[in-house]
Write a protein that binds this ligand. Structure first.
Ligand code: FAD
Length: 492
């Protein structure tokens, strides 16, 4: 088996930068176990607390995974919410118990009357019935907006902000837009070293996962070619024949699994005429809208947040987890309003992490590496281009952080700025969509990537999709590849 992909060069000597994805929890425990990834160097470092949300009035909220800490912190804003939060989390866990078994399943095809499909659909219906009173709530999570759910459960705006940021990651949507409840939920479905919903850093950066996977694959006989972009998927009479690299090298193969999205696989790597016209039209209709922007920063010192001065927190305790910067829910809405009209948010929402606080292997001694995941940066700009404005937008993000941590800008050694257009150019992510296609109900489960093709197969015999474009979608999860591998083996 030959695996080809493109790697990122080292950005700054001594720093290990997680160029795109930056935290993990979704990587399926089955994959970690089956491939013995810890033996190949994979290690997930838990973060406690998991989030820090400072507010302009000088207050701040720390959350999870320590339940006592979370309760005490939430009670600073609302004693009632501190009581309610465990019940909300328990409800999400029950819904997760319903959804989670589907992650490593090939979705059934509801348009097929085959007994296997019918049995699988009946199994789903049975599990849904078992949800009992949680059923309607589960449906709302699958289809609805995050904010009304949070409004119903909680009264503290600060808590709702800390929770709502997970609902918009990678989405071209604000928390009031239907579909965001599922994005929020998607983010609580993973685990870190057995603790559900907890996110961790991968030792050595996110590349630690691919390095461990590569090592395990090599141990099983795989040959891996890096920096070997595929130019064409070769076909003959409706069957796959192999791939041709950009440098002209050809590999013959009876099975090819494509990890890039459906748009790139079918519309760029295949020739016109290889596919049925109707299928091509369906691929063209996939929603790749996005509004995510990434900045990676090398720092000479840690940001000194005014909110925690004199708070009695242990040094840098608040910097271990994700730092959310969005002062109000209305601020989040306004940030999205700009994006709706094709403008980068005047006041964007920042989600920052400093993995070097937990993992000293990713930066030279005394230095730090920081990541900004920013919303909203709409791929489609109305009056300008991302190449023209991306540094101005990054400057705005830095100004915002500097208002909370006044030493930040002078601590910056260097930065890497990735607009949605850069994400598309660099990783082949159509429209800059970080999930290889929006994670909205019309593009999930048996509808992902397209109705009738959720079984990882394609109209070309022997050509499979195995990446986030397929069920269960985006996130460093491995589940799409796991499921695709099972179907490929089935076809042997
Ligand atoms: C900025 C950003 C932040 C994110 N943050 C997180 C996070 O913190 N946690 C999380 O769980 N998920 C995160 N995600 C989502 C997550 O990274 C993806 O959903 C996940 O990587 C999907 O994995 P994949 O293997 O299916 O596809 P990809 O990771 O998209 O892999 C596709 C690979 O194909 C390569 N490629 C493209 N074209 C070609 C070609 N022609 N020939 C050969 N190779 C090619 C690409 O370079 C890439 O390496 C983030 C994504 C982005 C972009």
């Amino acid at each position: 088996m030959v695996v080809t992909y493109c790697t990122a060069p080292h950005l700054w000597p001594g720093f290990k930068v997680s160029t795109a994805a930056y935290v993990n929890s979704l990587l399926r425990p089955e994959i970690i176990r089956d491939l013995e990834l810890p033996r190949h160097g994979f290690e997930l470092l838990p973060r406690s607390p998991s989030s820090f949300t400072p507010f302009p009035d000088g207050r701040f909220l720390l959350m999870g995974p320590d339940k006592a800490l979370t309760r005490q912190e939430v009670a600073k804003f609302s004693a009632r919410d501190a009581e309610v939060l465990p019940r909300y989390e328990a409800m999400l866990e029950r819904v997760a118990d319903f959804i989670e078994p589907t992650l490593l399943q090939t979705p059934p095809n509801p348009w097929s009357l085959r007994p296997k499909n019918l049995a699988q659909l009946a199994g789903l219906a049975w599990r849904f019935l078992k949800l009992g009173k949680d059923g309607p709530g589960a449906l709302e999570i699958l289809t609805g907006a995050a904010r009304p759910i949070l409004d119903r459960w909680f009264e503290s705006e600060e808590l709702k902000i800390a929770l709502a940021t997970d609902a918009i990651i990678g989405a071209m949507a604000s928390p009031t837009v239907p579909g965001t409840a599922y994005v929020l939920f998607h983010h609580v479905m993973g685990e870190c070293n057995g603790v559900r919903g907890m996110w961790g850093y991968v030792r050595g950066g996110m590349g630690g996962i691919t390095q461990a996977l590569a090592s395990a694959a090599r141990a099983h006989g795989a040959e891996i070619k890096v920096n070997s972009p595929v130019a064409k998927i070769l076909t003959r009479r409706g069957r796959v024949k192999g791939v041709a690299l950009e440098d002209g090298t050809e590999f013959q193969a009876r099975k090819v699994a494509s990890n890039v999205d459906a748009h790139v696989t079918f519309l760029q790597l295949l020739d016109d005429g290889d596919l049925p016209t109707e299928f091509v039209a369906d691929v063209k209709s996939i929603d790749y809208s996005s509004a995510s922007f990434k900045i990676n920063v090398a720092l000479s010192e840690l940001p000194d947040f005014s909110a925690v001065r004199g708070s009695g927190l242990a040094p840098n305790q608040h910097l271990r987890g994700t730092i959310h910067l969005a002062p109000t829910l209305d601020y989040m809405e306004r940030a999205y309003d700009d994006a709706k009209y094709g403008r980068p948010s005047t006041d964007p929402i920042l989600e920052c992490t400093i993995p070097s606080v937990v993992d000293t292997t990713v930066a030279p001694a005394g230095k730090h590496v920081m990541s900004f995941f920013v919303q909203y940066a709409p791929y489609e700009l109305r009056d300008t281009t991302w190449d023209a404005v991306k540094h101005r937008f990054a400057d705005r993000c830095f100004d915002i952080l500097n208002d909370y941590a006044p030493n930040f800008k002078r601590a910056v050694i260097d930065r890497q700025v990735l607009s949605p257009l850069d994400l598309e150019r660099r990783f082949g992510l159509t429209g800059g969509n970080i999930f290889q296609g929006s994670m909205t109900l019309s593009q999930l489960f048996f509808l992902r990537p397209l109705p009738g093709y959720a079984d990882y197969r394609s109209p070309i015999k022997g050509l499979y999709l195995c990446g986030a474009a397929t069920h269960p979608g985006g996130g460093v999860m491995g589940a799409c590849g796991y499921n695709a591998a099972r179907e490929i083996l089935r076809d042997r």
